[in-house]
Design a protein around this ligand. Structure first.
Ligand code: ZN
Ligand code: ZN
Ligand code: ZN
Ligand code: ZN
Ligand code: ZN
Length: 231
């Protein structure tokens, strides 16, 4: 799913006005941090603001450098520096609390890191590759093999290519492996409580696209949960 990126990604100092008002410096060996853009955890590598007026402003490398318009297999996504408090990511279903990407037409919204997930993943210690599943989500719930929390119906997930294995991974745990965070005492990039619960069964991403109005109004019951999580 990750597209080849026309923008240079490993430049030491960048200025990206849609992401931050100051220059950002590529920094390595960083301890666990919360990305000032998407608010998910990061570690090891990131772009830090060097201005004395900004304390601890750090962005994931992807949050700092992904282009403002990103061509994804699910459509053309535009960068947004903020979304509405009620909004959630259509891939991992965790709340969107800062940087996000959004499609014009069908209002699909994703975390920056959820947008660039690889199609396959070498999950630490497992013999086979895991592949990302973004459709055919058919109302079944799975349990994440890493953190043991439920993967709600409608969430994208990784699962072992060998069906008999029954190894599943939620995106929050998968991102720890994908973005090299596992040596930094990070189990998930966001707490389990950040995820929205849906009453309705959502059979596939295609249905989410077509029925966003319904899905968004059904979020009402979850609003208080979000309030607590963000408090
Ligand atoms: Zn980020
Ligand atoms: Zn700054
Ligand atoms: Zn997400
Ligand atoms: Zn397997
Ligand atoms: Zn997990």
């Amino acid at each position: 799913m990750a597209e080849s990126d026309p923008n240079p990604r490993d430049v030491g100092v960048i200025f990206n006005p849609t992401r931050h008002e100051h220059e950002l410096c590529l920094s390595k060996n960083l301890k666990k941090y919360t990305c000032s853009g998407c608010k998910e955890f990061g570690a090891e590598i990131g772009y830090k603001c060097s201005s004395s007026s900004c304390q601890d402003f750090t962005l994931h490398k992807d949050c700092a450098t992904l282009p403002d318009v990103y061509e994804h297999s699910d459509g053309s996504f535009k960068f947004r520096s903020k979304t509405h408090l009620r909004h959630h990511c259509d891939a991992c279903r965790d709340v969107l609390n800062g940087f996000a990407y959004e499609t014009e037409s069908n209002r699909l919204r994703l975390h920056p890191l959820c947008m660039v997930l690889p199609e396959t993943l070498d999950f630490s210690g497992h013999a086979h590759k895991l592949k990302v599943v973004t459709s055919d989500l058919n109302g079944k719930e799975y349990t994440c093999s890493s953190c043991d929390s439920p993967i709600d119906s409608g969430c994208w997930r990784y699962q072992c290519e060998e069906v008999a294995c029954k190894v599943y991974l939620d995106l929050s745990c998968a991102k720890v492996d994908i973005f090299g965070l596992k040596n930094s005492d990070i189990q998930r990039v966001a707490p389990v409580g950040m995820r929205l619960k849906f009453k309705s069964k959502i059979p596939s991403v295609g249905t989410v696209m077509n029925s966003v109005g319904t899905v968004m109004t059904s979020v009402g019951t979850a609003t208080s949960v979000i309030g607590l999580s963000l408090g």
